[in-house]
Write a protein that binds this ligand. Structure first.
Ligand code: GRF
Length: 224
């Protein structure tokens, strides 16, 4: 890999996680740079932000393709042409087939707003509250073909408050997402993590300064 790993970010909507990644990549010592932002939805608000940040953007509207394979062939080509080495899915709402996932095995990250393997799929926060669990959170993982599955790179825990609504919980989890996604990207791009037997293992010398233990646990319940 080049000194700074070349990243392609895939979005479908607002792109707040993409913004967190863009901000992280602005630091000179960050081991990754974003070389393209691709959206499968032409109206995704994140596209405008990325363009204003000076990044190349591309719309690949999945509705314009007769099949998933045809869509993914173009997506792969666009990423390849941009010299992408690592993909970050950031609110990318499109299931990918085994062909694409395997081409990018251990080179594609996703973020999901739960402590995986709990609460895969949509309407995460509603289901989290309905289940009565007391700790929510978020996960960055390598992508596998099963939705929201794959070796876990980083997680953050977010305590559930008695007054929580799905929207309130979502916004606190989102803040944690914005912390762990850049951290996870740093870990992968710097080579501090590896996949062994389909699990992520950390090397002994994690990069300094971006893996504070207290990021994993939000302020204690009583202080929230
Ligand atoms: C985030 O909650 C992410 O975990 C999920 O979709 C949401 C995308 O938000 N996969 P944004 O587009 O990054 O703001």
């Amino acid at each position: 890999m080049s000194p700074r790993t070349k990243v392609g970010v895939l979005i479908s909507g607002r792109g707040s996680n993409m913004r967190a990644l863009i901000a992280a990549c602005e630091a000179e010592d960050f081991p990754a740079e974003i070389v393209i932002v691709v959206s499968n939805r032409p109206e995704a608000p994140g596209l405008d932000f990325a363009a204003k940040a000076g990044l190349p953007t591309r719309v690949i509207d999945h509705k314009a393709f007769p099949s998933r394979d045809a869509f993914e062939a173009v997506l792969h080509q666009v990423l390849h042409d941009a010299h992408v080495e690592l993909i970050c899915n950031a609110g990318f709402m499109r299931l990918l087939t085994i062909g694409f996932v395997e081409k990018w095995r251990d080179k594609q990250l996703n973020i999901h707003p739960s402590l995986l393997p709990a609460f895969k799929g949509l309407h995460t926060h509603e289901r989290t509250l309905k289940a009565g669990v007391k700790i929510a959170g978020c996960t960055v993982h390598f992508v596998r073909t099963e939705m929201d599955s794959g070796p876990i790179i980083a997680q953050a825990a977010v305590p559930i408050l008695p007054s929580d609504t799905p929207d309130g919980l979502a916004s606190r989890v989102l803040e944690a997402e914005h912390q762990i996604y850049p951290m996870a990207l740093r870990l992968v791009a710097s080579g501090a993590v590896h996949v062994v037997n389909d699990l992520v293992v950390w090397t002994a010398d994690l990069p300094k300064g971006d893996y504070e233990p207290d990021i994993l646990i939000s302020p204690p319940f009583a202080n929230a």
